[in-house]
Design a protein around this ligand. Structure first.
Ligand code: PLP
Ligand code: COI
Length: 339
């Protein structure tokens, strides 16, 4: 194996030794199998290819100072995967099976878990797809679930340095009563055009407004949004955003450090009152926001005067990382130590 430059990893794909798979046929999930091929042999009429029957997850494993590997909140990801499956009529994977396969995928690829203090982690990507042939628009009868892992660095190349984001009112990511709360591929397909346009203009991500009224903040392309004002952590409640496990954790940590927490509709105008703002997610961790430009309205909101992350973002970031790497006690039972 080539030597991996752990400290300079980006958020990308790297081949590891094994992936883990199981299949749903005749109403039953098969036992997990280890696989070394990176490819899937798929029927050309599979529903995942034509009708987007595809859901995925994202979680991470971290190596601590003690050399142990810790997986963050995997049960939450198992439950969200089930919710996404219900959302687009796919066979649900039992929580215990999800957990067993995550552990297997991590253990079998242990040498790819980045060392403590490299700043990197092992990204775990579960994927569930409809595999049986169907030409009418109907759910598949057969499914494949697989998990691959890959070592990753920061999602935004700037890491913890604040970056500019953009509101582009001519694009929506998810419809009000659509699939925004599920982690389905179609939502990401819908964000590609706007995302690429934003990158070309120098923004790290798009911040979407609610599609119904274009009045409220929804979320970023790959992460939830939060703002800080008067010792309060404020984050949108919306019918079209993904329930982020990182955000849920940060709300709890914010309370722990004596902040108030508000999860409610957030008007775009409120951005002008926030002292700090950030994007949060498994890949994004906390990515502080420098500035948000609302292009068609010719408005900008600034959150950092000196180009540095604000004190609350900084505090929450370190607290979350400390739990994930095992530097602080896991008092909420968020961490599974790989034995
Ligand atoms: N929102 C979107 C659209 C995402 O893709 C993600 C990433 O998973 C998140 C939010 C953050 O969710 P989590 O913190 O569970 O990773
Ligand atoms: C994650 O944070 O796990 C995500 O899925 C975000 C993005 C890579 C799609």
């Amino acid at each position: 194996m080539d030597v991996i430059d752990w400290s300079n990893l980006s958020f990308g794909y790297m081949k590891t030794d094994y992936n883990v798979r199981c299949h749903y046929r005749d109403g039953k999930w098969s036992d997990p199998e280890l696989e070394t091929s990176e490819y899937i042999n798929l029927h050309m009429a599979a529903t995942c290819l034509h009708y987007g029957q595809e859901v995925f997850e994202g979680l991470k494993a971290f190596r601590g100072k003690d050399g142990k590997i810790r997986i963050f909140r995997m049960r939450e990801n198992a439950l969200r995967l089930q919710s996404s499956c219900r959302g687009i009529m796919m066979a649900e994977l039992p929580v215990e099976r999800f957990e067993e396969m995550v552990l297997l995928a991590v253990k079998k690829n242990e040498r790819f878990v980045p060392p403590y203090q490299s700043g990197a982690s092992l990204y775990i990507r579960p994927l569930l797809i409809g595999t049986s042939a169907q030409v009418g628009v109907k759910p598949a009868k057969e499914y494949t679930f697989l998990i691959f892992v890959t070592p990753v660095g920061p999602y935004f190349k700037e890491g913890f340095k604040p970056t500019p984001m953009v509101i582009m009112r001519e694009y929506d990511r998810a419809a009000p009563l659509g699939t925004g709360t599920y982690k389905v591929g179609g939502n990401y397909a819908a964000s590609l055009r706007s995302g690429e346009k934003a990158h070309e203009m120098g923004y790290s991500a798009v911040l979407y407004l609610d599609a119904r009224e274009k009045k409220y903040i929804d979320e970023c392309g790959p992460a939830n949004f939060f703002g800080i004002r008067d010792n309060t952590y404020i984050t949108p409640k919306s019918e079209s955003i993904l329930p982020s496990i990182t955000n849920k954790s940060l709300m709890q940590l914010a309370e722990e450090i004596g902040m108030k927490v508000e999860r409610r509709p957030v008007l775009e105008e409120e951005l002008a009152t926030f002292e700090e703002a950030g994007a949060c997610g498994t890949a994004a961790v906390i990515s502080p926001i420098l500035r948000i430009d609302d292009l068609s309205e010719n408005r900008s909101y600034h959150f950092s005067k000196d180009g540095k992350a604000g004190p609350i973002c900084e505090k929450l970031y370190h607290k979350l990382r400390a739990i994930q790497y095992g530097d602080e006690p896991d008092k909420y039972g968020w961490v599974t130590v790989v034995e």
